[in-house]
Design a protein around this ligand. Structure first.
Ligand code: FPP
Length: 253
């Protein structure tokens, strides 16, 4: 069982109730607003990221509780290397700290800790912790937590094209057999359903290179709340909104 995390659910009104037969299978979250959250409190940006990790803990627990099967968190993009060295180092340290601290409980709760993105460019200690986390949890059957690290949607597509090209050259794939599923199968998310719902807190309304192939028919939910303040209540609001959308996939109902 999950320990009581730092969500204040017990002090608040009950979460908006959801149709448990229509829970999104795959939710992607662009965890934005940590820096502004910290600035509003006259704290260093890294404190915003630290508070962001607390939000992760609550949301992982809540997603697991309501039966979300895949949760993909945009934790570090291919563009985030442009940030000051100190901030990058702090993010990498937080990642290691998170994995060391949480892995036992994630495992106990049947979560698979997976990564998408090119982690070979991360510091060795991060790579090791991520590999340990995956090895320990890969046979679990519960929530699949994808941490998107050094991840970029365009980079992912370039990588997929290169891998596909190699297989074509080696005669493993025939040109006439290439279809959309073929491309999907060369992405980091191969074998996973496309995200049903993409959540972006903090008031920005863009995709920022997140799951650009996979988002073709995802529903989007935006909110002004900054990621560190995003809690179970916000998650329920987003899912409730999702459940009231009319998904036509280009067709007519
Ligand atoms: C965006 O906020 C957030 C990030 C680039 C990093 C997200 C990382 C974490 C929540 C913690 C580390 C991750 C793990 C998996 C332990 P921002 O800094 O762009 O905020 P701003 O737009 O307000 O400046």
């Amino acid at each position: 069982m999950w320990k009581f995390f730092n969500d204040k659910a017990k002090d608040k009104k009950p979460y908006i109730s959801l149709d448990m037969n229509n829970i999104p299978k795959h939710i992607g979250i662009i965890m934005d607003g940590n820096g502004r959250w910290a600035k509003e409190r006259k704290l260093p940006r890294t404190m915003g990221h630290r508070a962001g990790v607390e939000a992760i803990r609550g949301i992982v627990k809540e997603c697991d509780k309501i039966g979300v099967k895949y949760l993909t968190l945009y934790a570090f993009s291919t563009e985030n290397w442009k940030r000051p060295k100190d901030e990058i180092n702090a993010l990498m340290r937080l990642l290691v700290e998170y994995l060391k601290k949480e892995i036992a409980e994630l495992h106990e709760n049947n979560v698979v800790v997976n990564t998408i993105g090119d982690i070979s460019k991360l510091p060795r200690i991060c790579q090791n912790e991520l590999k340990n986390a995956y090895e320990k949890t890969k046979n679990n059957s519960g929530l699949i937590l994808n941490l998107a690290l050094n991840y970029g949607g365009r980079d992912e597509i370039v990588r997929a094209v290169k891998l596909l090209y190699k297989d074509i050259k080696e005669g493993k794939v025939l040109e006439e057999d290439i279809d959309e599923d073929t491309i999907s199968n060369y992405l980091y998310t191969a074998g996973m359903p496309d995200p049903d719902l993409i959540i972006r807190p903090s008031g920005e309304k863009r995709l920022s290179n997140f799951l650009i192939w996979q988002c073709a028919y995802s529903e989007f939910w935006y909110s002004d709340i900054k990621w560190p303040d995003f809690n179970g209540e916000c998650l329920h609001e987003a899912i409730y909104d999702f459940q009231n959308r009319d998904r036509r996939y280009g067709g007519i109902k």
